[in-house]
Ligand binder design. Sequence first.
Ligand code: ATP
Ligand code: MG
Length: 204
Amino acid sequence: MTGRFVTFEGIDGAGKSTHIDWYVERLRTRGIDVVQTREPGGSDLAETLRELLLRRKMGMQAELLLMFAARSDHLERQIRPALAGGQWVVCDRFTDSTWAYQGSGRGAPGERIAWLESWVHGVLQPDRSYLFDLAPELAARRRASVRAPDRFESEDSAFFERVRRGYRDRAQADPGRFVVLDGERAVSEIRVILEEDIADLCNT
Ligand SMILES: Nc1ncnc2c1ncn2[C@@H]1O[C@H](COP(=O)(O)OP(=O)(O)OP(=O)(O)O)[C@@H](O)[C@H]1O
Ligand SMILES: [Mg+2]
């Protein structure tokens, strides 16, 4: 009975939400007990902090600290208990988002992020992270058709270029954990890759 910790990453509009419900359903079809969650958020306190993070104007330092405050509560109340009980946890965004947005996007120093990461989650890292990689202009066009932009989504394309590069650096540094998915491919093609990877994850 060993749970797995799986995260979905990528810039706004890259395709995470399009696949995550389907992915969780595929796991359940295999009889796997899954907790689906998201960041920032996933616990009562963290969802309250999410509202502030997505709506209120704030500096980079406050943003970085609130992200980790939310993550700390989410880990303690949701993620760690689920994994300890043998459940799988599938999370829409996690600390790679912090490296990409607050680090590469906003310029928060890497050593501060690394310190907070090790304080808040110790040695815990996702077993698998899917990076939905897509050009910022295309992602912006896709998400514009879905809803009004939040504070992050209102950033310009230079910001999202930095975030995208940050994500790609993360993936390159840890190829065993990441699966990079080309967000330009059809939904059905991406699902074939995800399905194969689920089989791999179940067999390791
Ligand atoms: N492979 C694809 N081909 C064409 N359109 C897609 C594809 N993947 C997602 N879309 C569309 O792009 C839009 C944004 O996708 P989605 O909401 O999944 O992004 P997201 O990564 O969850 O973004 P956010 O971080 O803002 O929540 C949706 O309208 C979705 O239908
Ligand atoms: Mg989404």
